[in-house]
Design a binder for this molecule. Sequence first.
Ligand code: TRH
Length: 380
Amino acid sequence: MSSRLPATWDIFCRVVDNFGDIGVCWRLARQLAAEHGLRVRLWVDDLKALRVMRGQDATLGWEPRNCAVFGWSEAERVGVVGEVVIEAFGGGLPGTVVDKLAHQNKASLWINLEYLSAEDWVSGCHGLPSPHPQFNLKRYFFFPGFVPETGGLLREGNLRAERAAFEQGGGEQALWVELGGRDAWRDALNISLFSYEVGGLSTWLETLAGGPAPVRLLVPEGRVLPQVSEWAGTGVLQPGSEIRRGQLTGRVLPFLTQPDYDKLLWACDVNIVRGEDSFVRAQWAEKPFLWHIYPQHDDAHWKKLGAFFDRYLAGAPPGLAAAVWSLHEAWNGHQPLDRAWQAAWAQIDAWRHHATGWARELARQDDLATSLVNFAKKAL
Ligand code: TRH
């Protein structure tokens, strides 16, 4: 056992679909480089997915100098693999990399970074090794999670302070102007919508339109937009398009850079998020959020959804807990959303308070990047 910090880390990411896989890996790569002084190489099989969240202008310099991004096929050229090799989400490693891991003289640590789940079994499996069927190699399973017995969640060291400064410094209005808004941000309650296709969406939009107070809906370009377009009945909506009906106004946004999307979450009163990474960022936004979980064909996502809300709602007042859970059952179960939404909306102040307390508690545990570094220090 040594406490020497590994210098070069390689992260290998295959984009299964959507943006979560690369979203997590890019965030992790930047944080390991910026906060832990590591040289990080991120290898991706689909650079297009990264380009949308990195922004058109790669010179914007989101990445620290010691973090570099490469196409998957370039891995064939890697002379030596890093001291730590992270395989994201069981997506495998290029054959040449496995070969090098097996035959090089120095020790390297192979970690499989798993998907996030709040289920109890995760604590028991976090950190376990599995022998390679062919070579004398071990692959360690590293699970993000919500309790100290897991690897924790991605959270940059300055995240909470940055969010607080944004809120105190009028960042919401500045962001709104940047997104093309002309009126005052606080003229309405603001909801961001980033979700998969959802069965009850039209009843929800009707409920917002017929509600007691002005609501502004912000929809980054994506899978739910055709449904919003159909409901609005004004043709295909695209970035810059606006909707108006009753109390509801809406604006379609382009797919934002990842740092700007974080700001949108900080600015809004309620965030509808999905998958894994936006779900975690919504928790750090300290605002009420609605999670559209990534649907799995065998319905395994219901267990995951229940396990998370068992934890999230454990300390909530019973009325709030019941309303938030019913809303998630309706949204994820494609049910009409009018009553479930109204019941949760009626508790918005208690929900906001709960969201802040939840984030404060969660921030007590080590973040994922720090946990990985500590794990590597022990294992190497
Ligand atoms: O895109 P997703 O649905 O990804 C999912 C999940 O990761 C899921 O667990 C996985 O199995 C599946 O992919 C294959 O949702 P997620 O995880 O929230 O990722 C979206 C990423 O996109 C996140 O990093 C935030 C980012 N984003 C932007 O950068 N700009 C935007 O405008 C928006 C809306 C999102």
